[in-house]
Design a protein around this ligand. Structure first.
Ligand code: HSE
Length: 372
């Protein structure tokens, strides 16, 4: 293994990017794995350079032009920490097309452009890692793809959105209203810039697409995943947790259960993929019921291992940065893309249908599936 440093450029110095940069500035010896190449931060692109300087990023590392950073010939690895679709998607594509490694926290881009990005990375031999895109700081995708590679995975389900878990926990524990707890989750840096994706379950849908890719070897379209509970009339309810009222939370609590936004994907016997993201009434004392606040929890049912569970901080800059840094160390150690251990995604598009479950009617008229 070469001892030449891998030169890293970070695009975006917001909630996640600035924590990645901070780690380089404060803990750089830890970023030189014993069996890999040392990592060296050489450039940071951030539109708001004044804010970045105020956050402690040295001016000599900074540019306000992400394309100019990407055009530099002296960078080996790009960290994409801008979030959103464009320009993040095009920047990732350009880096992979030039054969450079990319580490990203961008679940939207991976879920919506996954098949094309995987094709491109395989063509050019570039490495694409995205551990931070699901479960924040929990080591999750690597273990599913690599450590469970010899198992047959039947189901993956979990709480994968910290913002909504924080909100549902505060609503149940403190009887606070929806708008108030959403504001607090935003102030703590858990929610997306536009929190619609969090509260409507679309962020969790993106994460479920990524989990299904690694568990089952297929890319499913985010649009194919239902994000609405049923209703007493049979019509679909409001998306994600947007229809959950204080009365619903209290009624579910009175039955010894609690609401959690649960993302589930299963491989059916006929080869179809079942997938849903819906508020689910789980027993208050169950592992999902006890998974509070910004924590995420993911359970994987597989053969021969049985059930394995992953739990930890699912949102926030430091948690996501920890996962990006772990990806950088994996790149430095030559471990390949996040999917390296998992089956290749190729072939016909999977049939996707909702996960069937019994449901309980709540005062708002929503019928929440019952979970265990
Ligand atoms: N907005 C996301 C969440 C951030 O709340 O889970 C982490 O992906």
């Amino acid at each position: 293994m070469s001892t030449q440093p891998l030169r890293v450029g970070v695009i975006g110095a917001g909630t996640v990017g600035r924590e990645v940069v901070r780690a380089f500035l404060e803990r750089s010896p830890r970023l030189a794995p014993a069996d890999g190449r040392p990592l060296l931060l050489v450039a940071v692109a951030e539109k708001f350079t004044d804010r970045a300087i105020a956050n402690g990023i040295p001016a000599e590392l900074l540019t306000d032009d992400a394309s100019a950073l990407l055009a530099r010939a002296d960078l080996d690895v790009i960290v994409e920490a801008m979030g959103g679709d464009e320009p993040a998607h095009s920047l990732i594509r350009a880096a992979l097309a030039s054969g450079r490694s990319v580490a990203t926290a961008n679940k939207h881009v991976i879920a919506h452009h996954g098949p094309a990005l995987e094709r491109l990375a395989r063509e050019t031999g570039a490495v694409l890692r995205f551990e931070a895109s699901v479960g924040g700081g929990i080591p999750l995708l690597g273990p599913i793809a690599a450590d469970l590679a010899a198992d047959r995975i039947a189901r993956v389900r979990g709480i994968v959105n910290g913002t909504t878990n924080y909100m549902l926990t505060a609503m149940a524990r403190e009887g606070r209203d929806y708008a108030d707890v959403l504001r607090e989750a935003q102030a703590k840096g858990y929610a997306e810039a536009d929190p619609t994706a969090d509260v409507e379950g679309l962020d969790a849908v993106n994460k479920l697409v990524i989990l299904a890719r690694l568990a089952f070897g297929v890319w499913i379209a985010p649009e194919a995943i239902g994000n609405r509970p049923g209703s007493a009339t049979g019509a679909p309810g409001a998306p994600g947790i947007t229809g959950v009222t204080a009365e619903d939370v209290a009624a579910v609590a009175a039955s010894g259960r609690t609401l959690r936004l649960i993302a589930t994907t299963r491989l059916a016997r006929d080869g179809a993929i079942e997938a849903s993201v819906v508020p689910t009434a789980v027993p208050a004392g169950s592992p999902f019921g006890r998974c509070d606040g910004v924590l995420n929890r993911v359970e994987v049912d597989a053969t021969p291992v049985g059930r394995v569970a992953f739990e930890g901080p699912g949102a926030g800059g430091p948690a996501a940065a920890a996962a990006v840094l772990a990806d950088l160390v994996s790149i430095a150690r030559g471990l390949g893309s996040t999917w390296a251990g998992a089956v290749r995604a190729e072939g016909a598009e999977a049939v996707v249908r909702p996960v069937a479950a019994e449901c309980v009617a709540a005062p708002s008229g929503a019928c929440y599936p019952v979970g265990d």
